[in-house]
Ligand binder design. Structure first.
Ligand SMILES: [Zn+2]
Length: 316
């Protein structure tokens, strides 16, 4: 026979158990509802973004079937890009174009903004460049190409997750193809934009023409290509300071001098550099370039954003 004391203890325990069970039965579904509501909200945002992107594809390609068949053409891409060797008619004639880069009148006396930009990546050196940028806590802009090789998937993602701006350059980087007609130009650029979206989730809005907007290679008038960029809500950026790392005989010292001697000329510098397997000197020069720029008065290194006024070699 259990005592009266033991009996009331059992009753107390039983009551506690019932109360706990009832509380849990109320709380757990409430928590699950809150979590599901938050997830629903996030997924809904992503869904709306995807819908907007799909509408954009449809606008250009028609049905999904056509989209799929056009992306199947993405084969045989040369992943060993030649970088951007100077080609005939590509040199920029600075005497005839405005590359002052002054942001706006009230900014003339203000801070100097330096935008480090890297073309042609990703490459075997992208991770090294990202490591250096991280070491100096500097954000840059990468105008990349389309390289579907799995070894680059994480590199594209790292550019984004490290806080840099992901810009577009060209899917194939083959001048003879992309500039041969309006259709091939559009196909190359759209392919890159979709590829980057599928790889990183970023719908890129920034672009650099292979060879710059002042290139003399394009068989299509650049103004027509620019109209297409405008209709696609893409802003293109040329440069007013060049590392010269695409020229024969470039060394760590010439790259350093080209940049560090020219940055002081402008209040708003868009610096052209390359991220390519044959451009180790650029990587070697980068730490000292960053140190020299950071030592300049009232100067900051920033990534390209919607607020950046572009340097453009041609007038739109
Ligand atoms: Zn290039």
């Amino acid at each position: 026979m259990e005592s009266k004391k033991q009996y009331s203890k059992r009753i107390r325990n039983l009551r506690r158990l019932i109360l706990t069970t009832v509380a849990a039965a109320c709380l757990i579904p409430t928590c699950i509802c809150v979590i599901l509501a938050i997830r629903y909200d996030r997924l809904n945002d992503r869904y709306e973004q995807s819908e907007a992107n799909l509408a954009w594809y449809r606008d250009r390609y028609g049905s999904e079937k056509e989209i799929l068949s056009s992306s199947e053409e993405v084969t045989g891409v040369d992943s060993s890009f030649p970088g951007s060797e100077p080609i005939d008619g590509m040199d920029v004639d600075y005497a005839t174009i405005d590359v002052s880069g002054a942001q706006n009148p009230e900014d003339i006396e203000g801070t100097r903004y330096v935008y480090l930009t890297f073309d042609d990546g990703p490459s075997t050196y992208t991770d090294d460049i990202l490591d250096i940028l991280a070491e100096y806590d500097v954000k840059a802009t990468f105008f990349v190409c389309g390289k579907p090789d799995a070894k680059y998937t994480d590199v594209y993602k790292r550019i984004v997750s490290d806080g840099h701006t992901l810009g577009m350059h060209s899917y194939s980087h083959k001048y003879s193809e992309i500039y041969s007609s309006m259709d091939s130009y559009k196909a190359d650029l759209d392919k890159l934009r979709i590829f980057l979206y599928e790889t990183t989730g970023v719908w890129s809005k920034y672009y650099r023409f292979p060879g710059g907007s002042s290139n003399k290679v394009s068989k299509v008038p650049i103004t027509e290509l620019v109209d297409y960029l405008d209709s696609s809500e893409i802003t293109f950026f040329d440069w007013n300071v060049s590392a010269g790392d695409d020229r024969a005989g470039a060394t760590k010292d010439t790259i350093y001098a080209n940049i560090v001697n020219n940055v002081p000329r402008f209040k708003h510098c868009i610096v052209l550099m390359h991220d390519a397997a044959d451009k180790r000197s650029t990587v070697d020069a980068l730490p000292e370039i960053i140190e020299a720029i950071q030592a300049m008065d009232d100067t900051v290194i920033v990534p390209i954003t919607d607020d950046t006024l572009p340097v453009q070699h041609i007038n739109k």
